[in-house]
Write a protein that binds this ligand. Structure first.
Ligand SMILES: NC(=O)c1ccc[n+]([C@@H]2O[C@H](COP(=O)([O-])OP(=O)(O)OC[C@H]3O[C@@H](n4cnc5c(N)ncnc54)[C@H](OP(=O)(O)O)[C@@H]3O)[C@@H](O)[C@H]2O)c1
Length: 230
């Protein structure tokens, strides 16, 4: 898709990847609405992109539909929904606290899915694109991250089916990056991360996501040591 003049909603704009993607899309001529949980960080991004900020907690799916509706109202439609919301939790599969697991699946699966569902009617109208960040863990489930891996796998599977069902009406991009240098692991709901390799620069993923959106790709995946689009 051509992102110049595109009407874009970024949910997770208060975060590292979401904020950078929102700003870069704005610099490229898109009209971007920034939605996030933290009011101050969301407002800072919204000021940079010149629109009214939207705040939401994706736990509680009504907020997802309300946010999409408010963005559509501001933009007069929607060409691209970008979901960069996510949180990690660490601990052995048999030992993760149930309340933590519930919040993890709410943020990493039910929230993103609710956002996409609310946006689909608008994206059908514009033959638009939905881009969601899952993670390499969907392909490579990892010890100490059973629920985080399973949540990302559930999200990736759901997106795969959506792509098949909506192939004539919209495009679906699933971004499954490796560990990055955004500090996500320091904001986990619970537990200590296992020993991780040095995070790859977030800027690499931002560049590739923008390229993938413009070239109508369907996935960003890890192939050996490389991130590739296909
Ligand atoms: N960093 C990595 O190593 C890595 C690797 C693979 C995939 N990913 C995925 O990439 C995405 C972006 O991560 P990031 O690295 O940019 O980390 P980040 O800076 O921590 O961003 C996470 C975003 O999720 C939002 N969020 C968390 N819980 C929420 C809730 N209940 N309601 C609404 N928003 C909520 C945060 O909002 P607030 O900040 O406002 O609370 C923030 O905007 C996530 O889906 C993550 O799983 C990251």
């Amino acid at each position: 898709m051509d992102t110049k003049d595109a009407r874009v909603l970024v949910v997770g704009a208060s975060g590292a990847l979401g904020g950078e993607l929102a700003r870069r899309l704005h610099e490229g001529g898109a009209r971007v609405v920034a939605a996030g949980r933290d009011p101050e960080r969301t407002r800072a991004v919204a000021e940079d992109v010149g629109t009214d900020p939207l705040t939401l907690d994706v736990v509680g799916v009504e907020a997802c539909a309300t946010t999409v509706a408010a963005a559509v109202e501001q933009l007069g439609g929607l060409d691209l929904l970008l979901v960069t919301v996510g949180v990690a939790a660490f601990g052995k599969a048999a030992e993760l606290d149930e309340a933590v697991a519930e919040e993890l699946y709410a943020v990493d699966v039910l929230g993103p899915v609710a956002l996409v569902r609310a946006a689909v009617p608008h994206l059908r109208e514009s033959s638009g694109t939905v881009a969601v960040i899952s993670a390499v863990l969907a392909d490579l489930p990892t010890s100490g991250m059973a629920d985080y891996s399973a949540a990302k796998a559930a999200l990736a599977t759901w997106l795969q089916v959506l792509r098949r069902e909506e192939r004539r009406s919209l495009r679906v991009l699933d971004v499954r990056p490796p560990h990055l240098d955004t500090g996500l692991e320091t904001r986990a709901l619970a537990g200590e991360p296992p020993r991780l390799p040095a995070g790859r620069p977030a800027g690499e993923v931002v560049d590739l996501v923008l390229q993938a959106i413009r070239e109508d790709k369907t996935e960003l995946v890890v192939d050996g040591k490389e991130m590739v689009l296909r």
